[in-house]
Design a protein around this ligand. Sequence first.
Ligand code: BDR
Ligand code: CA
Length: 319
Amino acid sequence: MEKTKVILDVDTGSDDAIAIMMAVLHPDLDVLGITTVNGNKPLPNTTENTLRVIDLLGAGDKVPVYMGCADPMVAELTPDRHAESRQAPQKMEVGGEVVEYHSEYLDMLPPSTTKAQEKRAVPYLIDTLMASQGDITLIPVGPLTNIALAMRAEPRIKEKIKRIVIMGGGHNITNRTSAAEFNIWKDPEAAQIVLTSGCQVLLVPLDSTHAGDVTLAESRIIREMGTPVAVAVADLLDQRIKAYDMFQPQKIAGSTPPHDALVVASVIDPEVLRDVQFRRWMWISAEESATAERWWTAGYTRITLPIYRLRWTVTGSGL
Ligand code: BDR
Ligand code: CA
């Protein structure tokens, strides 16, 4: 079977890390490259974390990493979206144990030895897509800044993109504000450009990823595989589960949604997503993010107005 060519766009974090491992190791995917973006952490951190994962996979020679945008497209309009106001690590001591969420780096992995490429993410995306046969799937699992800027810089790439499978948005479930999911909230202008690009878009929102929670028992099964990658995945899951129990309890105690991994899983096997809906309209509240008073509506993904057609998944099954 011919492999599916993909480019991952990540703001690595723990769930991005698992998504990268899944994509690079799966025989059905050909990961051409990975681009990094400012997201949960500033760009140097998300890039370093990505390189640590690449080192763990021994993929330094096979999967090049390109640094992307260090800020959202219109950062100065809303200071809270600026990289410097990144989410601080959250820590809490419970029974003598410190539970950390959004740590600066993926501490369970050693500092990277692989280096990022000289070329930056946006020119890489443009050159690779323009030289392609229209057979590359983009998998952005962070804010959409790199993809949107590439589209702005070279609009012809839109005809070259096979499809875009995005982790982003939320309908009944949100996580950054009462109205917005983090990736869309962080750069709603970029999201609007990508979602209205006319490309074939599949949006995998929190409603899907939260239906794919992984439990402590499942993490244990992964750990028992005993390989360095399996142990790293279990470490990442266990850390996430502790943090979710503390800061974002799920319906099942002792579980976590590894959001970005579900998105990669859906490219490998579309059957992991059910109730994929075709919607004719989508609207991201980007312009309203321009003022601090309207902070709460930035990245709002619930309101829909007729604009473009895209796919919206509502539920997802487990990994
Ligand atoms: C998204 O935000 C990031 O923290 C996660 O990696 C995921 O892509 C969830 O809202
Ligand atoms: Ca992410």
